[in-house]
Ligand binder design. Structure first.
Ligand SMILES: [Zn+2]
Length: 295
């Protein structure tokens, strides 16, 4: 089905009550709270929980809650705070916690959900990456998948799409077919340039992944980071940021090989070096370095 409308969530959100939310400074009313839960406009059951500069989606179904990424790396209490925020919304049990990929800034703190009784689902590479670390706070998945898998809970289906290599080798794009919403983390950033120089990313394959996402049936996207201040307040910038990312992926199809590779790519595998370090990519690396954004 051809997409006719597009919006990035994080812009068109309706705030719900936030009992217990922590203000960063009482004397700075303009500053956003550290923790924030919002209901996604136009839905009855989809929410965004944000902790600082990371966010995740949770869905309330007729048979329990499907949560994603515990986002507790920067703030250890975020996992428990996330569980408590869900309990303020519904009495339904948290049935599933789905990891978007294996990076700690998104999945640290899964223990709070395990303790709450959730089954943790992730791509099989997540288990492979986490097992040697033995972090009791960031628990291993109970169930792993290696291909696109639908999860049915009560009246709701969430599709877990594995679209190959991209920002990581363990990324799942989550799609709610009824709501026409996708949740994808670190792969299509909003309000910033894709950080494709990550040491464990796969920039060439990532472009194929973007094409697969564009071919999917969805209207709105929830990213794993809310974007900069402007991105949260200016819808047009959200949309253009998304378009730039797509155009960049397409333009670089025939761009990079003639350019010298950056020092950042030194020591990487030939597969990673090939076709990299076009001007746009170098600009992205500089921006990433300046902002200290790593995942
Ligand atoms: Zn990441």
């Amino acid at each position: 089905m051809k997409r006719t409308t597009f919006a990035i969530l994080g812009v068109a959100l309706a705030a719900i009550s936030l009992p217990g939310a922590t203000q960063t400074a009482a004397d700075k009313p303009a500053a956003p709270p550290v923790f924030e839960t919002k209901k996604v406009e136009g839905t009855d059951n989809v929410y965004i929980f944000r902790a600082g500069n990371a966010q995740s989606m949770f869905v309330v179904t007729s048979a329990g809650v499907i949560a994603t990424d515990p986002i507790s790396y920067a703030r250890r209490e975020a996992g428990e705070m996330y569980v408590q925020e869900i309990k303020k919304v519904t009495n339904q049990p948290i049935r599933y916690l789905i990891y978007s990929h294996h990076h700690f800034d998104h999945i640290a703190g899964g223990k709070a959900f395990k303790d709450a009784g959730a089954e943790i689902i992730a791509h099989e590479k997540v288990r492979e990456r986490l097992a040697p670390l033995k972090d009791p706070y960031t628990v291993l998945p109970d169930r792993t998948i290696n291909k696109t898998t639908p999860i049915q809970l009560g009246d709701t289906t969430i599709e877990l799409h594995y679209l190959g290599l991209n920002h990581s080798d363990s990324t799942l794009v989550m799609r709610l077919p009824r709501e026409r919403i996708i949740f994808t983390v670190d792969t299509i950033p909003v309000g910033s340039i894709p950080g494709r120089g990550m040491i464990d990313s796969y920039p060439l394959e990532w472009e194929d992944m973007l094409k697969k996402v564009l071919a999917m049936d969805w209207d709105r996207l929830i990213p794993g980071h809310p974007g900069g201040r402007d991105a949260r307040t200016r819808h047009d910038r959200h949309v253009s940021a998304r378009d730039r990312a797509v155009h960049r992926a397409r333009a670089e199809d025939g761009l990079g090989a003639a350019h010298p590779r950056s020092s950042r790519s030194a020591g990487r595998t030939p597969r990673h070096q090939a076709g990299r370090a076009g001007p746009a990519r170098l600009a992205a690396l500089r921006l990433r370095d300046r902002e200290g954004r790593g995942t």
